[in-house]
Each structure stands twice: as C-alpha cells, then as structure tokens.
Design a protein around this ligand. Structure first.
Ligand code: HEM
Length: 185
C-alpha cells in the first residue's frame, strides 16, 4: 500500500514454525538461473499455477538484487537489451563486486506497479529468471497483458499472495499461531 501496491485480506490463524531453517528454505526456493519450465515446476510443487507464478514474479517491481545473481544474464544471455546490459556491466564486472546492488525494476524501483512487465517486453529484465517470462514462450501473453493492464496484474498479484499464504500450514499442535507474523511468540 505504501508503495502503491494492492491490498488483500490476510486470513488469520495460520500455524507457523517455531524456528527457521536457511537450508530447508533453500531446498524449495527458485533460483535466478532457472528457465521457464524449472520455474513452473517449482511453483506447481507448492500448489501455485503458471499464472500465479507470472503474477507473483511481479514482486520484482520493488527491491534490489546483487551482482552475483544477475552477472550471467548481463554477460552471457542474448535475450537482453544491449544498452541495458552495458549499463549494468559498468558496475557489475565479470569478477568481483559480487554484492553491488541493482534495482530489479529500473523504471520505478520504489513503486509497486506493473513496470516489471513493461521492462520484460523491452528485454530489460534484471535476472535470467525474470526474462524467462518473456522470450517467445508460453508466458509471453500473460506478461503482455500485465504490461498493458495494470489492474489485471494487481488483482492477480493479490490472489497469488492469498494462495501463497495458504501453502502447507502446520496443523494440530505443531508450531503456533504467532501474535506478530514476523517472529515467534
Ligand atoms: C519466480 C521465481 C523467483 C526467483 C528466481 C527470485 C529470485 C530473486 C533473487 C535472486 C533476488 C535477489 C536476492 C539477492 O541479491 O540477494 C530476489 C529479490 C527479491 N524477490 Fe524474488 N524471486 C522469485 C520470486 C519472488 C516472489 C514470488 C516474490 C514475492 C511475492 C519475490 C520477492 C522479491 C523481493 C521483494 C526481492 C527484493 C529483496 C530486497 O530488495 O531486499 N520474489 N528474488
């Protein structure tokens, strides 16, 4: 909301874990090196549809990524606008400076809008996995639709967030219902 994004009603009463595990999280998280079918399988494994995947990726309308996560894309991929690649290469060299940051959405990095998709149709996706959503494959029509119709994106994003909040909750006496969602009671 603060950055202009959609709002949705968050269901209450989810049982969450009492501890966090980096290793366990990394088993399921998608990688920036993934291709379109890797991404689809990864989301599908969590009960999320192809459309959910395209819509939720629009979270990359805000935030930053480290050089190490997009280096291969800006040096080795061909589905990237050349002047965009060159501008990133200025501060993300072939080696070193791994932690230098670039905005995931170069147009409006601090606004939650549909610019992420406008970037993709112009081949200005920052991550390899971002541009996978628009490079002559089955996600292209959804990306074009979100680039043309911001309201459709915002609506689908909110629906996707609700579905994501319903992934594999703990049941019975496992875990706890948190008083504050970001920390254990
Ligand atoms: C489609 C598969 C996805 C991949 C491969 C992916 C990958 C990444 C990577 C590599 C970064 C940069 C992290 C870093 O440099 O340390 C990032 C940042 C981010 N991602 Fe994703 N992501 C995906 C989906 C999502 C989803 C579904 C959301 C939320 C709904 C999301 C929200 C974010 C946000 C907000 C940031 C910026 C974090 C910051 O600025 O601190 N991503 N993502």
């Amino acid at each position: 909301m603060q950055l202009g994004g959609p709002s949705w009603e968050v269901s209450l009463g989810r049982r969450d874990s009492l501890n966090a595990s980096k290793e366990a999280a990394e088993v399921s998280l998608p990688e920036p090196t993934f291709n379109l079918s890797d991404l689809a399988v990864n989301f599908w494994a969590q009960g999320l549809s192809f459309r959910d995947m395209v819509a939720l990726s629009g979270a990359h309308t805000i935030g930053m990524a480290r050089c190490t996560t997009f280096r291969d894309h800006i040096y080795n991929d061909s589905d990237i606008e050349p002047s965009f690649a060159r501008s990133l290469q200025q501060f993300c060299p072939p080696r070193g400076h791994d932690d230098v940051l670039a905005p995931l959405d170069l147009r409006t990095p601090a606004q939650f809008d549909n610019s992420y998709y406008v970037n993709l149709v112009n081949y200005k996706g920052l991550l390899h996995s971002d541009q996978e959503l628009f490079h002559g494959d089955s996600a292209d029509p959804i990306v074009r639709n979100y680039a043309d119709e911001p309201a459709v994106f915002l609506d689908d994003f909110a629906k996707g967030m609700i579905k994501m909040g319903e992934i594999k909750p703990l049941t019975g006496s496992a875990g706890e219902i948190r008083k504050f969602c970001g920390k254990v009671n």
